[in-house]
Ligand binder design. Structure first.
Ligand code: IMP
Length: 429
């Protein structure tokens, strides 16, 4: 099968980076299709940890081509810094291997300034964005006022940058009472970025099409999670792109072709960063137990912002919704090991809303905010499972937990992750 789409099934941070790295062992292309440097994908292998924001998670597999698709928004400085760090670690991110879509939109300094100013203006209704300029850059894209990576190939690129900064300065000054940014300085800075990125810019849609035509295996790597999807997430507490499987087609410029495999990555519990409703959130000691103290790389603190994540029990209403919206063909259940310290584990199987039992995820966020979880309780295994490598060696209670999820969601879980390293994965046939 040519195309495998990797999606987050919750509010992001499901360990998609690890699963992408694992599946990339047998892939020819890894292509990122949405989001920007608001994402943080962590890959741990043989004691080394790589934290990626923009470069696709296939870096450790030399046979993989790495494409940043048209649906991604790129802060050139972040991309270049990441490339420099990877190069220093001996990873090949040369133009031969790493390609940037000419249609990807560029994050400009005014996008970050506008993101911060808009959040401050929202006051108590703030979204809790990562302040990376994501909302404003996608807004410019939709308003047809954006700059694309392909513009860096044009002789009048510096002029376009100056004009764009001058236009956005009016918004910064008049709407948000902020100091203007220097069009000249930004044009000079972006001209330097353009020099370096030019050899990487390509029609990645065509390259992916050619790879699929040649029978190669392409991994479409999503960022964030489906509940942060602009259309199908918990609007307005969402990001501004399409993390769902459908986003892979627009974000890479390909058609569905043969039915793709869609791997939904689901944490064995639930987390979210930023504001918005979260029915199974645990605010007391149990939440702290799930979060960890922050001294382990896999503890629940944001890769991009370092913010503590909100933590709660697994929510199967969400996973069933994810299965429906994304057409999931398989689940990768991650961080099962984190539940090892609990004697009883709760799983949300439905919601209660106004005295009624609700099985389907509510379409309106205002309704979700009033939903109360209905739990079933499952016995814990209270045993370290980080060294387990086969399904048979998992404690029976852990197997029962996975089977409970599979049965309720109606999707098999061939991958179960019990630690951050690639090897700490149970692959079931
Ligand atoms: P933005 O994408 O920076 O505009 O942030 C919008 C919402 O999405 C906020 O609640 C962020 O915390 C959340 N968000 C954005 N990127 C990620 C991610 O990679 N993981 C988890 N949450 C994210």
């Amino acid at each position: 099968m040519g195309l495998i789409i990797i999606v987050g099934t919750q509010w992001g941070d499901e360990a998609k980076g690890k699963i992408t790295d694992l599946l990339a062992q047998e892939a020819d292309v890894v292509a990122r299709y949405n989001g920007g440097d608001n994402a943080g994908h962590t890959i741990a292998h043989q004691g080394c940890t790589f934290k990626l924001h923009l470069v696709p998670s296939g870096i450790l597999h030399p046979q993989c081509q790495l494409y940043i698709g048209n649906g991604v928004v790129v802060n050139p400085q972040i991309l270049l810094d990441e490339m420099d760090e990877l190069t220093a670690e001996g990873v090949d991110v040369s133009p031969r291997r790493l390609k940037l879509s000419d249609r990807a939109h560029l994050i400009m300094p005014y996008h970050r300034a506008l993101d911060g100013a808009a959040e401050r203006a929202r006051g108590d209704s703030r979204i809790g964005t990562t302040q990376r300029g994501i909302g404003p850059v996608y807004a410019d894209k939709a308003a047809r006022a954006g700059l694309q990576a392909g513009d860096m190939l044009e002789s009048d690129f510096a002029l376009r940058v100056r004009e764009a900064v001058a236009t956005q300065n009016k918004v910064l000054e008049k709407v948000y009472d902020q100091s203007p940014l220097s069009p000249e300085e930004i044009a000079a800075q972006y001209t330097v970025y353009a020099e370096r990125l030019r050899p990487h810019i390509a029609d990645t849609s065509l390259l992916i099409h050619q790879a699929l035509e040649a029978g190669q295996k392409v991994l479409a790597e999503g960022a964030q999670g489906m509940l942060l999807d602009l259309d199908h997430g918990t609007y307005p507490y969402v990001t501004s792109s399409s993390p769902i499987a459908g986003g892979a087609f627009t974000g890479l410029g390909i058609g569905p072709g043969d039915p793709p495999q869609v791997v939904g990555v689901a944490k064995a519990y639930t987390t979210r960063v930023g504001a918005g409703p979260f029915p199974t959130e645990l605010t007391g000691a149990l939440g702290d137990q799930l979060r960890g103290t922050g001294d382990q790389p896999w503890d629940e603190y944001g890769t991009t912002t370092g913010r503590p994540r909100r933590c709660g029990w697994l929510d199967l209403v969400i996973l069933c919704y994810a299965a429906r919206i994304n057409g999931l063909t398989g689940l990768a259940i991650t961080k099962l090991d984190v539940l090892s310290s609990f004697d009883r584990i709760r799983v949300c199987v439905a919601y209660e809303l106004d005295g009624q039992r609700l099985e389907e995820f509510p379409s309106r966020t205002t309704e979700l905010a009033h939903c109360r979880p209905i739990y079933e309780e499952i016995e814990g295994w209270e045993r370290d499972i980080m060294a387990v490598r086969t399904w048979e060696d998992l404690p029976p209670e852990a197997r029962a937990y996975v089977e409970f999820i599979e049965e309720r969601v109606g999707v098999p879980a061939p991958l179960i992750s019990v630690g951050p390293e690639r090897e700490q994965t149970i692959c079931r046939p």
